[in-house]
Write a protein that binds this ligand. Sequence first.
Ligand SMILES: *Cc1c(COP(=O)(O)O)cnc(C)c1O
Length: 356
Amino acid sequence: MSVKSNPFRATLAKMHPYVPGEQPQGGKFIKLNTNENPYPAPPAVTAAIISAAQAGLQRYPDPTASSFRRQAAETLGLPGPDWILAGNGSDEILTILVRAMVGEGERLRLPYPSYILYRTLADIQGADWEQTEFDKDWKLPAAFGEASSDGEQKLRLAFLPNPNSPSGTVLTPDEVLEIAERLPCPLVVDEAYADFAETNCLKLVEQNENIFITRTLSKSYALAGLRFGFVIAQPHRIAELGKIKDSYNCDALSIAAATAAVGSSEWLADNVQKIKATRRRMEQKLTEIGFKVTPSQANFVWCQHPHKSHKEMYEQLKKSQILVRYMDFPEWGDGLRISVGTDDQVDACLMLLAQM
Ligand SMILES: *Cc1c(COP(=O)(O)O)cnc(C)c1O
């Protein structure tokens, strides 16, 4: 048997791994770096996990998470459960979308600065990606909705996080529909933070078969540790995506928990109110102490200081056991993305920033 020195696909050698935000294990950090919810999940979630565990785990789970899809369709006012595909976190959903639509040598489009993971997903496929830069007030140039300028029609999929990260800014449903109608390929609207925003694009899915909306339970439902996300699209699109997913991509405990979570509408409304109130205070205080703050519709705030070093502020906060996200976008600039924590956590962070 001949042994090649590198058994991996050529595309891997060229590829940089995606680096998620720091997740310190142990130590008492105030974590304001990965947009987790600072409050515990809806109480019905724990009860549902215990009850599913007591029922036993010797059988495979429901392959399509039907109980979850029924509850989510009802909560979101969708025509039916066949408009939803569930996944092991919305990151898995994004992977399924890319595997389903973007082949080797084809291309994916994303705005910049935004969620870098999309580029990694293209790299894994051996596909290319191209970026459209937001302008300085986070408006997205019309080029984002146009065919590729080189005339080659390799573009297969466009990603739009809405609200965007790191900015927390949103495009209105009208703006998103207009982009979808002009694009020569489908559009994934990544609504990881939509529960914190004033608008969302759910209704557009019924008007346009080329719109896919992704949601996660990690942020607004306080379940980042559970790993549950889903995509909403027209039923014939969902059926195609179903061919790509693993047979049992969601486990029985997470299906039970996610079903209970999306049934907890009052909890969600209350949690979102608290986060928004704290966000408003954060924005005011950061502005008072000299930051340029981008008004946010998510559970984090993007801020830049006109003359202090963002990197140094990040490092000083870390020494005091407070983690925020320092982000540096080459040729664009850097800044701090600070998640909305509890009032106490946010006050501790703001107090130190004010002294720097
Ligand atoms: C957090 C986040 C996700 C990932 O959500 P998971 O369900 O935890 O995988 C997807 N997209 C964006 C823009 C996010 O910020």
